[in-house]
Design a protein around this ligand. Structure first.
Ligand SMILES: *Cc1c(COP(=O)(O)O)cnc(C)c1O
Length: 456
């Protein structure tokens, strides 16, 4: 007898993950090591702990332990907003008239409005445990800064956020949420750092970039022994923390004997995608199961589909370690009309290696089609999705429509990473018919590739 699948599948508290899953342990081809930007040699623990908290530096370098305990303090915090629901999109299926079964794991059910809180609370916990005063970070659209502000408030840590200037100006309410949780927020580039002053001198009037905000946050943390820098995506430690998404998804599916065929996630730096797919990819790596996994990225910032798999800087200021990843070049900035998020130039080294080894495929989508999917989803499933998440919705709908043509009853699961309440300027553009698509030319990308660092 097939179990009746509820509209929302929740796990019991006793079924919540007690350990994160580290997919690197099961990878035959490990992600290439991070390199020290000064020496271009693999970075050591002692070098890494100058930038990150000790325990996080350890996690960053840990390629061997498949399971890592989630400290009780973090599990207690997770209980405030987890488990997140795995929702059967019955209404969307009916609307699309598809035989496909569609599920989404909804990570927007917390005040910060995205999955980023899963790693923010872990990073704040380890900083507190080490006796630090506070942390610095960058934020683009603002979700990471908000998540970190919440996490730091909980553990009474100081939180300094460098926010990309264009977002700082476009999203005053995000800024105020962060300040309400006690964070200080500085628009980047700023004249509070050397790198900020340099960038301002070279590019007066710049509206900033993530890479530049990262450089400023790193500089501030490096100047004070009681601060560390924390990052909300890209790093392997962040993917590790985000594995809680995939572990819950898998547990909920196993509970109802649901076998996914297609797993879809949006990909900016790769953390939610990596976290969602980790336990499933683990099964593939161990030869137990087969899934179709699709990473979705914006056509205006196509690191997986059009980037190169090389060592590159993670930040414009070239102060962070180098990572081997699919990248568009650390100076690449998506065109000014891009409103849909996922604007980071690179990709997690774990996701990059899995992609290079053929465990996942990548697709790029244009932002007007992303917002069309977002509106269709909002109107029928009720949730107003973040533009980032809507990349995954686009491809989930496309795959469900393919099933309608072929009559296949595939089971599709996608990550709905967050809500879009602070993205109404982008929605406004779309509603006014003013949103356009821009796809970078090969020449533009080649010009950016020409500046890759020389690493042998
Ligand atoms: C930050 C963010 C993303 C993209 O980041 P990843 O590291 O690629 O997961 C996607 N969706 C939302 C809602 C975000 O806030």
């Amino acid at each position: 007898m097939e179990k009746k699948i509820p509209y929302k599948i929740y796990l019991e508290e006793s079924e919540l993950p007690r350990q994160w899953y580290n997919v690197r342990a099961d990878m035959k081809n490990k992600p290439a090591p991070l390199l020290n930007p000064a020496t271009l040699k693999p970075i050591t623990f002692d070098e890494l702990r100058q930038v990150f908290c000790d325990e996080l530096a350890r996690q960053e370098l840990n390629d061997t332990d498949a399971y890592i305990d989630i400290p009780k303090e973090i599990r207690d915090f997770y209980k405030m907003y987890r488990p997140s629901p795995l929702v059967r999109a019955y209404c969307l299926e009916k609307e699309l008239d598809t035989p496909a079964k569609i599920y989404y794991k909804f990570e927007g059910n917390n005040t910060s409005g995205s999955h980023k809180l899963n790693s923010a609370i872990a990073q704040a916990y380890y900083a507190k445990q080490q006796g630090l005063t506070g942390v610095t970070t960058e934020t683009g659209a603002g979700q990471w800064g908000t998540a970190l502000a919440m996490a730091c408030a909980y553990f009474h840590l100081d939180c300094k956020v460098y926010m990309v200037k264009v977002s700082y100006e476009q999203k005053p309410f995000r800024r105020e949420v962060m300040r309400t949780y006690g964070a200080s927020v500085t628009p980047s580039p700023s004249n509070t750092t050397n790198v900020g002053r340099k960038i301002l001198a070279e590019h007066p009037g710049t509206t900033g970039s993530l890479g530049c905000a990262i450089s400023e946050a790193v500089e501030v943390a490096a100047a004070d022994p009681n601060y560390r820098y924390v990052l909300g995506s890209v790093l392997s430690q962040v993917l590790l923390h985000q594995s809680v998404i995939g572990l819950e998804t898998k547990a909920a599916m196993d509970k109802y004997d649901i076998q996914p065929d297609i797993i879809i996630g949006c990909a900016g730096g790769g953390s939610n995608l990596g976290g969602l797919i980790s336990p499933f990819v683990g099964e593939m790596l161990r030869g137990e199961k087969q899934y179709q996994i699709i990473a979705v990225e914006p056509a205006s910032c196509p690191s997986l589909t059009r980037g190169r798999f090389v060592y590159d800087f993670c930040d414009t200021g070239k102060v962070c370690p180098l990572s081997k990843m699919y990248t568009l070049g650390c100076d690449f900035i998506p065109s000014a009309n891009h409103a849909g998020g996922l604007r980071y130039h690179g990709m997690s080294s774990v996701v990059s290696q899995l992609y290079a080894d053929g465990y996942l495929e990548a697709r790029s989508v244009e932002q007007t089609s992303v917002f069309a999917a977002a509106e269709q989803f909002a109107r029928i499933e009720g949730i107003l999705p973040a533009p980032e998440s809507s990349h995954a919705i686009r491809v989930a709908i496309d795959e469900a429509l393919k099933c309608k043509e072929t009559g296949e009853e595939k089971t599709i699961v996608f990550g709905l990473t967050g809500t879009g309440y602070f993205d109404m300027v982008a929605y406004e553009k779309y509603n006014n018919g003013e949103m356009t698509d821009y796809i970078p030319t090969d020449e533009e990308l080649e010009a950016s590739f020409a500046k890759f660092p020389k690493v042998d």
